[in-house]
Design a protein around this ligand. Structure first.
Ligand code: DWN
Ligand code: SAH
Ligand code: ZN
Length: 397
């Protein structure tokens, strides 16, 4: 156990312990059940820099390798979101400029940048997803981004006019190294734009399933503001985004552009709501227990009435929900998912089988747990025909 803050070295105040957890995206074959990797999933607040973070996290090589099963293109709404983000970033740079994406995955966002005439480069450690990007002719370096890979990129490709990172900054334990890399790789008048799930949405909605091995940090604007200044840059604007259950987009520069009013607005809000103090997180921990208990009771009541319950989308998030509540294939018979890499494998720790999505319509199950609740709008639209009932894990709490 290392209870020191990964950002400033402060002693973390732990507020929740989910116990033993497997890796959220390590879907298994049946002959792998007895060699699963577990770690202790617990979260703390740093009283000095206010960064909320995992107390322990598995080695990144265990999670991001040649078998990473998440593809950014798996959601239509996210594809639209990324293409809108490209237009937004183009407001800060010129066509033809050089854009680098950290955690470029299957190249979904860089494809849009390239369509708009930018030169692009991705850096992505999971070689199987990077390969999909390379097949789309998106130049991709297969490696972890940090200050060392940044200096290699700088010498080989030159500085970037924009650096982009979505749903990846919160995955990287050595944030100071990443930010030093960004600083050195960014042109003096360039912009660094990143977005990640926002802590206020997570706490407000009790969406505790956003906490798993890959999500090392839960960012607040106050904590990001501090770490960006610490690394010699300026957070000049933020903008709330309605994706992945509520995200925040951060705009950062090296020059002295004016600071937009959104920064003070959100920092004041976080202060008033108490996001820099432990009490709000202790209350969250109690709600998480209640939510998990209530969710399992709903499933048990249905099961006792002889109902069949399935899952919809084998998300990373579902690993926390299922393992924390100890829900296995006695309660959820299978999970339908669109990702071929997950089909006929089993969920980490709880061993529920994943079935091709195409069977969902044929089976028309009466009760489906919507594990991809963050894509509810897209999914309800797609499944208008569905006569069964969707259960959302932490709704009504
Ligand atoms: O931060 C992360 C986010 C961006 O993506 C990563 N650490 C891992 C991943 O998290 P997730 O797995 O919880 O992501 P999603 O986008 O909520 O869920 C993706 C899964 O859901 C895929 O297996 C595909 C599946 N899915 C489906 O079966 N039908 C998704 C949609 C939209 C659908 O209609
Ligand atoms: N940006 C995409 C993918 C998010 S999933 C999106 O928003 O949909 C997180 C991605 O970050 C994975 O593809 C993972 O392999 C990658 N990643 C993890 N650590 C990284 C690091 N240190 N540098 C670059 N990418 C990293
Ligand atoms: Zn700290």
């Amino acid at each position: 156990m290392n209870n020191r803050c990964k950002v400033c070295g402060g002693v973390l105040k732990q507020f929740i312990d989910f116990g033993k957890m497997p890796l959220a995206n390590r879907f298994l074959k049946s002959n792998e059940f007895d060699k699963e990797y577990y770690f202790n999933l617990a979260v703390g607040l740093c009283p000095i820099c206010h960064m909320v973070q995992l107390i322990n996290q598995p080695n990144p090589n265990l999670m991001f390798n040649n078998e990473y099963p998440f593809f950014s293109s798996s959601s239509t709404i996210m594809k639209t979101h990324f293409s809108e983000m490209v237009d937004n970033v183009l407001g800060f740079i010129k066509p033809g400029d050089f854009v680098i994406e950290i955690g470029s995955n299957d190249g979904t966002m860089l494809s849009s940048f390239r369509e708009k005439g930018c030169n692009v480069l991705g850096i992505e450690p999971s070689s199987n997803v990077a390969k999909v990007a390379s097949l789309k002719d998106i130049p991709t370096i297969v490696d972890f981004f940090n200050e060392y890979t940044a200096s290699y990129i700088c010498s080989e490709y030159g500085k970037a006019n924009a650096i982009i990172a979505t749903n990846v900054m919160c995955h990287i334990p050595d944030l100071n190294s990443v930010l030093q890399g960004v600083y050195n790789l960014l042109e003096d008048n360039g912009v660094f734009v990143f977005e990640d799930p926002y802590i206020v949405d997570i706490i407000d909605n009790v969406s505790y399933d956003q906490i798993y091995d890959e999500h090392v940090f839960l960012f607040s604007i106050s904590s990001i503001h501090k770490i960006i200044s610490r690394n010699g840059m300026r957070l000049f604007m933020v903008s709330h985004q309605n994706v992945h259950g509520g995200s925040m987009r951060y705009y950062i520069c090296k020059d002295n552009r004016p600071i937009h009013s959104s920064i003070n607005k959100f920092i004041n809000l976080e202060n008033i709501l108490g996001y820099n103090y432990i009490d709000i997180y202790n209350r969250f921990a109690i709600k998480v227990k209640e939510s998990s208990f209530r969710f399992k009771s709903i499933l048990e009541e249905l099961k006792n009435c002889g109902e069949n319950i399935v899952g919809y989308a084998a998300t990373s998030k579902s690993t926390t929900i299922l393992n924390y509540a100890n829900i296995d294939n006695n309660l959820i018979s299978c999970i339908y998912d669109t990702t071929p890499e997950k089909w006929y494998k089993y969920t980490p720790g709880t061993h529920i089988q994943i079935i091709p999505y195409s069977k969902f319509k044929k089976d028309n199950p009466r009760h489906s747990v919507l594990f991809a609740w963050n894509h509810k709008k897209e999914i309800l639209e797609k499944e208008k025909w569905y006569s069964g009932k969707f259960i959302i894990p932490h709704e009504n709490i």
